[in-house]
Design a protein around this ligand. Structure first.
Ligand SMILES: [Zn+2]
Length: 415
């Protein structure tokens, strides 16, 4: 009989690091030879279990432990990494899921009441083609196929060509949706990648959902004028209006919650001897609550128009990208809270700033939950990414409890 062994997960994470990282960090970039080798390594581990394993039309790897019912609890993660990535992002989810699968297989004598499936999503990071959540968005149906066809990496290789190289036909990737047919719930463990749990001195947290995003380019148009001959009261300074927006974005986040970032600023003519004629900034606003996000956006827009008017310049907004907040399932949030409290005494609920595969699964209508484990330094996508081993141990235990509660709930709903 196999009991849950979080230490085995930690040992496997180290084995993976030894196999797929160099002195700069993890190198498991999707669709590359190291990623293919990583998959083979994972498949060898899965082959020790009575599971059926296959790759779907989008390149996602599914491993199925058949239960008494076809209704399935899904456990997911991603083995791919960014170049020079950390040792936990994505692969912790899969390897903890593997350990939970082993425990369920043994604990239920190879026949759990419902089916349990482990999925390794393809190209979560989007490191090579600049588009994240490839496999999960193909599966959910949200992938923009026209855009995907046109993606090219730094060496001029197109995404369709890179996919063909690993046996995937871009025109068929959305056929992957069939995998969600009997999905009753989706559970994902992930490192937090931020400092919230660290600052609270808590090992684990329940993720409420992923932030909605409003991303815009804002351009102020003024007038170029000689920096020596133009009196201050005669200027139409595009930079001044843009600059006033910066403290305003902080005030808006303070008022409505969420986060706001002016991430870039370019000026024209951009020379030391001229008043700025055009100033283009980008604004990224995120919130878990859709109406609050709408207020953040509306307030920023109104403020920009006010500052433009005050300075005798005009302002123009262009939406670069936006996505609605994705909320996780209330019952699964409850289970996750309980699992964490039972494992380490205290839980905390927090939103996720980054998007995850879980958001795509939730958008496809599958009840979804994520659990976060504390990140040291609050940092990720870097070789210094780390989590205390005692916290890794705890997260595997708590995640196992979460999956067990979910499995029992799905089984009870069928009975
Ligand atoms: Zn990740």
């Amino acid at each position: 009989m196999t009991t849950l062994s979080p230490q085995r997960t930690i040992a496997e994470l180290k084995e993976l690091r030894a196999n797929t990282a160099n002195e700069h960090g993890a190198q498991r970039i999707a669709f590359t030879p190291i990623w293919v080798e990583t998959r083979e390594w994972l498949k060898r581990k899965l082959a020790e279990l009575p599971v059926e394993t296959h790759v779907d039309a989008a390149g996602n790897l599914w491993s199925t432990l058949r239960g008494a019912s076809d209704k399935a609890v899904l456990i997911g993660g991603h083995m791919d990494s960014v170049p020079n990535g950390g040792w936990l992002d994505g692969c912790l989810n899969v390897l903890a899921g593997l350990e939970v699968l082993r425990r369920i297989d043994a604990g239920y004598d190879h026949r759990p009441p419902v089916t349990v499936r482990l999925v390794d999503w393809a190209d979560e990071e989007g490191a090579r083609f600049g588009k994240s959540l490839f496999g999960s968005s193909a599966c959910s149906g949200n992938l923009d196929l026209a855009e995907a066809r046109g993606l090219v990496d730094r060496d001029g290789v197109t995404l369709p060509a890179a996919l063909k190289n690993v046996g995937i036909d871009i025109e068929r990737v959305k056929d992957s949706h069939v995998e969600l047919k009997d999905a009753a719930a989706y559970c994902e463990l992930h490192i937090e990648q931020g400092p919230v749990l660290l600052d609270l001195d808590l090992p684990l947290g329940v993720v409420l959902g992923t932030f909605g995003v409003e991303r815009h380019a804002i351009t102020f148009h003024g007038q170029a004028a000689h920096s020596g001959s133009t009196p201050m009261n005669r200027r139409k300074d595009a930079f001044l209006a843009a600059a006033k927006l910066s403290p305003e974005i902080y005030r808006i986040a303070e008022t409505h919650g969420g986060v706001g970032t002016i991430g870039s600023c370019t000026t024209k003519p951009g020379i030391v001897t001229s008043v700025v004629e055009d100033c283009r900034i980008t604004l990224d606003q995120r919130h878990l609550d859709a109406p609050a996000l709408a207020r953040c956006y509306a307030d920023a827009k109104a403020a920009s128009e006010r500052f433009a008017k005050d300075g005798g310049v005009t302002v123009e907004w262009n939406r670069l990208w936006s996505i609605e907040p994705v909320l996780f399932d209330p019952k699964l949030i409850q289970f996750c809270d309980e699992a964490i409290v039972e494992t380490c005494g205290r839980s905390h609920r927090l939103p996720s700033g980054p998007l995850h595969d879980a958001a795509e699964v939730a958008r496809a209508g599958v009840p979804t939950i994520m659990m976060f484990v504390q990140s040291l330094h609050g940092i990720s996508h870097n070789k210094i990414e780390d989590t205390k081993e005692e916290h890794l141990d705890l997260c595997v235990r708590a995640f196992d409890r979460l999956v067990e509660k979910t499995l029992r709930s799905v089984a009870a709903a069928i009975a």
